[in-house]
Design a protein around this ligand. Structure first.
Ligand code: E4P
Length: 218
C-alpha cells in the first residue's frame, strides 16, 4: 500500500519523506489556504517546491468547474513537473476532463467521491486515482470504510486499473483497516503516519532494554 501525505505544509512533507516511507502527496485548495498560499503564481511555485522534496505523485487540484477551463488549468499544472497528478472534482465536466487527460497520458485523481457509483464512473473515464473520503462519510454517520470495500470489490470484478486512494483518513485505525481491505493508497496527515509508530509496550520495552544495558556499563 502506498502512503501519501495530505498536506501542503513543507515541513510535514519533508519529515514524512525523511522517514523513507512516503510515496506521494495530496493537496486541496483548503490545505493550500491553511498554509497561506494564495494567488496563481504562489500556488504554482508551492507545487514546484513540493515536487522538489518528494519523488512521487503529487496531486494538484484544479479550481475550474467547466470542461475547457479544467483542461487549461490541468495542462498548466501537468506542465510544472512530470510527477504532478491533476486532481479533478467528481462532476460531469470533471469526468469529461478526466477522459481527456487520460487520453493524453496526463495522470488524474478524481476527488470528492462519496459513492460506489461515482467511483465506477471515475474508473470508466480512466482516472489514475479515485479518492473516496472516508472521514467525511464517518462525519455524517455513514461507514466510510464500507465504501472503500465496495470500490475495491467493483474494481476487482472488472480489472479496472484506477487505484483506490482512501482520502480523509483521520486516524491510525482508518489506515490499518484500509490496508486490510486492500486500498491501493491512503492519504493522511503526518500525525497518522507517525501514529503508526506508537505502542506502550514498545516504549516500556525499550526503556527496560536501555536501563539493563546501562547497568552493565557502570
Ligand atoms: C483528499 O485528497 C482530501 O485532500 C482530504 O483527504 C480531505 O480530508 P479531510 O476530510 O480531513 O479534510
Amino acid at each position: 500500500m502506498k502512503f501519501f501525505i495530505d498536506t501542503a505544509n513543507l515541513n510535514d512533507i519533508q519529515e514524512a519523506y525523511d522517514m523513507g516511507v512516503l510515496d506521494g502527496v495530496t493537496t486541496n485548495p483548503s490545505l493550500m489556504a491553511k498554509e497561506g498560499i494564495f494567488g496563481h503564481d504562489n500556488v504554482m511555485a508551492h507545487y514546484k517546491k513540493i515536487c522538489e522534496i518528494v519523488d512521487g505523485d503529487i496531486s494538484a487540484e484544479v479550481i475550474a468547474t467547466e470542461f475547457n477551463e479544467i483542461v487549461r488549468e490541468g495542462e498548466a499544472l501537468a506542465d510544472l513537473h512530470p510527477n504532478i497528478v491533476v486532481k479533478v472534482p467528481m462532476i460531469k465536466e470533471g469526468i469529461k476532463a478526466i477522459r481527456y487527460f487520460s487520453d493524453k497520458g496526463i495522470k488524474t485523481n478524481c476527488t470528492l467521491v462519496f459513492s460506489a457509483g461515482q467511483a465506477l464512473l471515475a474508473a470508466k473515464a480512466g482516472a489514475t486515482y479515485v479518492s473516496p473520503f472516508v472521514g467525511r462519510l464517518d462525519d455524517v454517520s455513514t461507514n466510510g470504510l464500507s465504501l472503500i470495500e465496495q470500490i475495491v470489490q467493483i474494481y476487482d470484478n472488472y480489472g479496472y486499473q484506477t487505484e483506490v486512494l482512501a482520502a480523509s483518513v483521520r486516524h491510525v485505525m482508518h489506515l490499518v483497516q484500509c490496508a486490510e481491505i486492500g486500498a491501493d493508497v491512503v492519504t493522511c496527515p503526518l500525525s497518522v503516519i507517525t501514529g503508526l509508530l506508537k505502542h506502550p509496550l514498545t516504549d516500556s520495552g525499550l526503556a527496560t532494554f536501555l536501563a539493563d544495558h546501562a547497568k552493565g556499563n557502570k
